[in-house]
Design a protein around this ligand. Structure first.
Ligand SMILES: [Zn+2]
Length: 422
């Protein structure tokens, strides 16, 4: 028997294996972090300005570059007053208060912001503050996506609890030595740093294979496909002849670019099956006209031996994604970000996911954050929502309490551990 309090308490303290963060050493460990930077370098910042261009828009400088200017309440007001109902703002604020607050502060306001700011600045001088905070939240392992350095050895730069992924966007757009993805990464530069200087399309593919072969030695556990920010994700049946026509051109045609990306993504999926490296993929929002999860169904069908970890509940198309995960048994579900977008929708979708997924090993989570405060807020809110959903499932007789506890532990860490073979 599990009295309610005891299984709730167990899930509140169970270890978390966090499968997706953007803990980028230069930002995450920066000594130049103050309270305003936390809002600017987080999803709260996205409420003020979308940080990626839509087709036809001009790419401006990223809002994530560190700032340490003097600021006042008027700089924080746009977040804490004008956008206080937005869940990104709420989540970050709760995380900041969990690490830097007093017990009677329920929000950051004109009366306490200076004290909070002083504590944020002081925390960045304390060595190990970030890992200590993760440890206190029972986040025991983290997989980070440093899109500024796709070859990051995270264990060396962030600590022994870290692993990383290789973002593949630059490779899918790497037809020319000067072509770059939306993060400013160039395939030629990444490959050259690793000692590869491909002179033909075939050389290029072999260089990518060479890079993939070394991933395990750098603690890199998956490919990350975030191409929904760069192009449509309708990856077509590969056409090598057309793909090759883009090679070496500074301005290939749209058709050639598309074929190049399709071919490279398909090739990397083959490597994933061959080398047992899963592919984590962003779905939903981004370039929203072309990020619907059904667009990747062809790719998933063509690669039954590749394990796909599909992200964000493909918000707002969670039901379509869950339907796909029922049909294709090479899909796993990464809940990352989905409850930060909308906790209400998340609860409904998690109820459905529990009901329809073919087994209990399919769901995992990550925070998707740049700073430890946002990660701590994300993990706290995830635990609460998970317990709420499981408690509803126990109350209406769908699950027994011991089943709810086991399923909760699987979602928090066991599933990710098995999926990433950690
Ligand atoms: Zn992300």
């Amino acid at each position: 028997m599990h009295p309610k309090e005891s299984w709730h308490e167990s899930l509140r303290n169970a270890p978390i294996l966090d499968v997706h963060e953007h803990h980028i050493p230069e930002i995450y460990l920066s000594s130049k972090t103050n309270l305003l930077a936390l809002f600017q370098q987080s999803y709260a910042g996205w409420t003020v300005k979308r940080p990626y261009p839509l087709p036809g828009e001009h790419q401006e400088e990223s809002s994530l570059s560190p700032t340490l200017k003097l600021f006042g309440w008027d700089d924080l007001r746009p977040y804490l007053v004008e956008r206080g109902s937005n869940n990104f703002v709420r989540n970050l604020t709760q995380g900041i208060l969990a690490l830097h607050g007093n017990s009677d502060w329920i929000w950051i306001d004109e009366g306490n912001w200076e004290s909070v700011n002083a504590r944020v600045i002081a925390s960045r001088i304390e060595i190990g503050f970030q890992s200590k905070s993760l440890f206190q939240s029972n986040v025991i392992q983290v997989i980070t996506d440093d899109y500024t350095n796709p070859m990051l050895n995270a264990r060396e730069s962030l600590g022994s609890q870290y692993q990383s992924v290789v973002r593949i966007n630059a490779f899918a757009l790497g037809w020319h030595s000067k072509s770059k993805d939306h993060n400013g990464n160039s395939a030629a530069a990444i490959l050259s740093k690793a000692g590869f200087h491909p002179e033909s399309f075939e050389d290029y593919l072999e260089a990518i294979r060479g890079l993939a072969g070394k991933m395990k030695s750098r603690g890199q556990v998956a490919f990350k496909n975030a191409l929904a920010y760069d192009r449509n994700i309708e990856f077509q049946v590969p056409n090598k002849l057309l793909a090759k026509r883009a090679w070496g051109k500074s301005h290939p045609s749209e058709e050639e670019k598309q074929a190049f990306g399709d071919y490279v993504v398909d090739f990397i999926c083959h490597l994933g099956a061959e080398m047992d490296i899963p592919m984590q993929m962003h779905l939903g929002t981004a370039l929203i006209r072309s990020s619907h999860p059904m667009h990747v169904a062809g790719l998933i069908e063509r690669h039954p031996g590749t394990r796909f970890l599909l992200m964000h509940l493909a918000y707002p198309w969670s039901r379509d994604l869950l339907g796909m995960a029922f049909v294709y048994r090479n899909i796993w579900i990464d809940l990352t970000w989905s409850w930060l977008l909308s906790p209400s929708h998340f609860k409904l979708a998690l109820h459905e996911a529990i009901e329809i997924l073919p087994d209990e090993g399919r769901i995992m989570l990550g925070g998707d954050n740049w700073h430890v405060e946002e990660t701590v807020g994300s993990m706290q809110s995830f635990r609460s929502l998970l317990i709420e959903v499981l408690d509803e499932k126990v109350s209406n007789g769908y699950l027994r309490a011991e089943q709810a506890l086991q399923l909760g532990q699987k979602i928090l860490s066991h599933n990710a551990k098995a999926f990433f073979r950690l």
